[in-house]
Design a protein. Structure first.
Length: 607
C-alpha cells in the first residue's frame, strides 16, 4: 500500500477516493435501480398490450365456441332439432365464419341428397335430416359431447381455423360432429392493428413454438430456429407459465414478453431491443458522468484550499509537540480559529500543562516506589539454622503487600520474627498504610513482649488513623525460637501459613482466630504455638494474590496448585522455591494481567 509523505496529499487522497467511490456507487446504484424500474414498467406495459391483443382474439374465438357448446348441450333434449337449426344459423351469420356444417358418422344413416335439392332448400332439408338423426342417436345412445381444441389449417391459399364438436357414444367413439371454419385474417386482425405489431418484433406462435403469424420481413417457421438465446428462453418459459417477461443481459441487450390465449393454444410474443427500453436511463447516465467529473474537480479545488490552512496549523502543533517531548513545557500556541482546529490548539495547551503536572507526579511516584522497595528486605537471611527469603510483586508501581524479617536484641539471640501483611486495595494509599504499619510493627517489636501484645498495640495505633478512611491490613506475625524449635504466631485476619514436611509429604496449617488490624481498637489477639518445627521442614507465608490469580479462562490458581508447586521444589533453598512458584504462576496466568499484589516468604530449616 502506498504511503503518503505529506499530510495534505494523504488527506486529499483520503477525501477524494471516498467521494469518487460515493459518486460511482450512487451512480451505479441509481442506474441499476432505474434500470430495474424501467424494466418493470416495460414488463407491465408489454404484458398489458399482449393481454389486450390476446383478449380480442379470445373474444372472436369465444363466441363460436359458446354456440358450439350450446349445440352440444341441446343434443338429446326435447326440441333439440329446432335449437340445432337456430344455433347453426347463428354460427353461419357470425363475422369471419366461412362454413358451419354437421356431419354424421353412422352406417344406419346413408341417404344421399337428391339432384334437385342442391339449392338452399335442399341443403336445409339435408341438414335437418342430419340433425334429426343426431338427436335420435343422442337420445338412444345417451351421447355426450366434447369440444375439440382449435386446429390451424396450414393451407397457405386459404388460412382458416376449424372449431369442431364431436358426439361420442358410450365407448367414446365419434358418431357425429359439428364443424365451424373461420377466417384466419379475421382472428388476427385485432392483433395486427396493435401498435407493438407495427413497431416491434411480434410473433403469434402455438405452444410448440411453430409460428402462425409474424411481422418480420423474413419467412420463419418456428420460434428459436435461428438459435437466438432469448427466443429459446422464451419458448421454454411459454411451456411453464401462461405469461411473463424475460431479459437477455448479454450483448445485445434484449427483452421479451409473452401472453398465452385462453381460447386457443397460441401465444403472443413481443421482443424489444434493450437500448430502446432503457433509452431514458442511458441518456441520464451520460449526463451523470459529465456532472460527476465536474463535481470531482470542484471538490478537489475546495479540499486543497481548506487543507493548506489546516496543515499549517497542524505543523505548528507538531513543532510544539517536539519541544514538549524533549521536556520543554514552555510552548503556548495562539488560537487562530474557532473550529475544530482551534479546539485542538486549546486542548494542546491544556495538555502541556497537565503533562508537566503528570511528569512531576510520575517523578514522585517513582521516588515513592523506590522508597517502598527499600523498606522491604533486600536479601535472604540465615539465622540460627534457618534459611529465610521473601519477595513482593506489585501490580502497580506501589502496593499494599508487606513482609519483614525482624530481630532485635530484646528478643534474644535465639528468636526472630517474620511479619507478612496485605493492606486492603493497592496503589499509593495502600503503600502509605503499609509504610505506617511497618514502622509501628518494628517500633513495637523493639520494645519486647509476645506476638499477641505486639499486634494488639499496633492495632490500637492504626485504628486511630483508619477511623475515617476505613483501611485495614491482614497480618500474620510469626516468632521462631531456634533454641527449642518453638513457633509462636498471631493470625490477624490473614490466611494461615503452611508448614510442609517433605519427609511425610504432609501440610499443616498454622491457623488461629483474629481480626485484621485497623478494624476494632479494643480487640484481643490470641497466640498460637507449635513445636512441630524441625530441620528440613518448610514454612510458607503468602498473600492471596497467588492462589486468586486467574488465567484467561477465568480459572483461579488455587491452593492445590500452590501446594503442588511447593512439593516439586522442596529440595531447593528458599530462593529456588520462591522462583519456582512464581514461574508456575506465570505459566498458569499466561498473558492475563496481574490483578493483585503477590508476596511470598519461605522459611526452611537446615538439615
Amino acid at each position: 500500500m502506498y504511503k503518503f509523505k505529506k499530510i495534505n496529499s494523504r488527506i486529499t487522497a483520503y477525501l477524494l477516493v471516498p467521494v469518487a467511490l460515493l459518486l460511482l456507487v450512487m451512480g451505479w446504484t441509481g442506474y441499476d435501480l432505474a434500470s430495474d424500474h424501467l424494466q418493470n414498467l416495460w414488463a407491465e406495459a408489454a404484458t398489458l398490450q399482449l393481454q389486450r391483443a390476446a383478449h380480442q382474439v379470445d373474444m372472436r374465438l369465444k363466441e363460436p365456441k359458446t354456440l358450439i357448446n350450446l349445440f352440444a348441450d341441446a343434443s338429446g333434449k326435447s326440441g333439440a332439432r329446432l335449437a340445432h337449426e337456430i344455433i347453426l344459423e347463428q354460427l353461419r351469420s357470425l363475422e369471419g365464419v366461412v362454413r358451419a356444417e354437421v356431419t354424421v358418422n353412422d352406417e344406419e344413416f346413408a341417404e344421399p341428397e337428391a339432384p334437385d335439392m342442391r339449392g338452399r332448400m335442399g341443403r336445409a332439408s339435408g341438414s335437418s335430416r342430419r340433425m334429426d338423426r343426431l338427436s335420435e342417436m343422442a337420445i338412444r345412445r345417451r351421447g355426450k359431447v366434447q369440444v375439440a381444441a382449435p386446429v390451424f389449417d396450414t393451407d397457405e391459399s386459404a388460412k382458416t381455423v376449424s372449431l369442431s364438436s364431436e358426439f361420442l357414444d358410450e365407448a367414446d367413439n365419434p358418431v357425429g360432429r359439428l364443424e365451424v371454419v373461420m377466417e384466419w385474417s379475421h382472428l388476427i386482425q385485432a392483433v395486427q392493428t396493435e401498435g407493438f405489431w407495427k413497431t416491434r418484433e411480434a410473433i403469434l406462435a402455438d405452444n410448440q413454438g411453430d409460428i402462425l403469424a409474424c411481422n418480420l420481413p423474413t419467412i420463419r417457421k418456428s420460434l428459436g430456429e435461428s438459435g437466438d438465446p432469448l427466443e429459446l428462453k422464451t419458448l421454454e418459459a411459454m411451456k411453464a407459465k401462461p405469461f411473463g417477461t424475460l431479459i437477455h443481459s448479454e450483448n445485445p441487450l434484449e427483452f421479451s414478453g409473452y401472453y398465452r390465449l385462453d381460447e386457443a393454444p397460441w401465444t403472443l410474443v413481443l421482443i424489444a431491443p434493450g437500448d430502446e427500453v432503457l433509452a431514458p436511463i442511458l441518456s441520464f447516465r451520460n449526463y451523470y458522468i459529465a456532472g460527476a467529473v465536474l463535481e470531482f474537480f470542484i471538490i478537489l479545488l475546495l479540499i486543497r484550499m481548506v487543507i493548506m490552512k489546516t496543515v499549517g496549523s497542524i505543523k505548528e502543533v507538531s513543532d510544539a509537540a517536539k519541544k514538549v517531548s524533549r521536556g520543554d513545557y514552555s510552548p503556548h500556541l495562539a488560537t487562530k480559529y474557532r473550529d475544530e482546529m482551534g479546539t485542538l490548539v486549546r486542548d494542546f495547551n491544556t495538555m502541556v500543562v497537565q503533562l508537566e503536572e503528570r511528569a512531576r507526579l510520575k517523578t514522585s511516584i517513582n521516588l515513592a516506589m523506590e522508597v517502598q522497595q527499600n523498606l522491604l528486605p533486600q536479601d535472604s537471611v540465615k539465622f540460627q539454622g534457618l534459611d529465610i527469603a521473601g519477595t513482593s510483586v506489585y501490580c502497580d508501581e506501589t502496593g499494599g503487600d508487606y513482609y519483614d524479617f525482624i530481630h532485635f536484641d530484646s528478643m534474644g539471640e535465639q528468636c526472630m520474627a517474620v511479619a507478612l501483611g496485605d493492606v486492603s486495595d493497592h496503589g499509593i494509599p495502600s503503600a502509605l498504610f503499609m509504610t505506617t504499619a511497618r514502622a509501628l510493627i518494628r517500633c513495637r517489636a523493639s520494645l519486647g513482649g509476645g506476638p499477641a501484645a505486639i499486634v494488639e498495640d499496633v492495632n490500637r495505633l492504626l485504628c486511630r488513623d483508619t477511623q475515617q478512611s476505613g483501611a485495614f491490613m491482614t497480618l500474620f506475625y510469626l516468632e521462631l525460637n531456634a533454641g527449642n524449635n518453638r513457633l509462636t504466631w498471631v493470625r490477624a485476619g490473614h490466611d494461615p501459613a503452611l508448614l510442609y514436611d517433605p519427609a511425610s509429604d504432609a501440610f499443616e496449617e498454622l491457623g488461629g482466630k483474629g481480626l485484621a488490624v485497623g478494624v476494632r481498637c479494643q480487640w484481643g489477639y490470641e497466640e498460637n504455638h507449635s513445636t512441630a518445627w524441625g530441620p528440613g521442614k518448610i514454612i510458607l507465608l503468602a498473600t492471596d494474590g497467588i492462589w486468586e490469580a486467574r488465567n484467561p479462562r477465568g480459572e483461579q490458581f488455587g491452593k492445590e496448585r500452590f501446594k503442588e508447586s511447593i512439593r516439586r521444589r522442596a529440595h531447593l533453598g528458599p530462593e529456588g522455591i520462591i522462583q519456582g512458584i512464581l514461574d508456575d504462576l506465570a505459566a498458569f496466568r499466561q498473558d492475563a494481567a496481574i490483578e493483585d499484589d503477590i508476596t511470598l516468604v519461605v522459611i526452611k530449616g537446615e538439615s
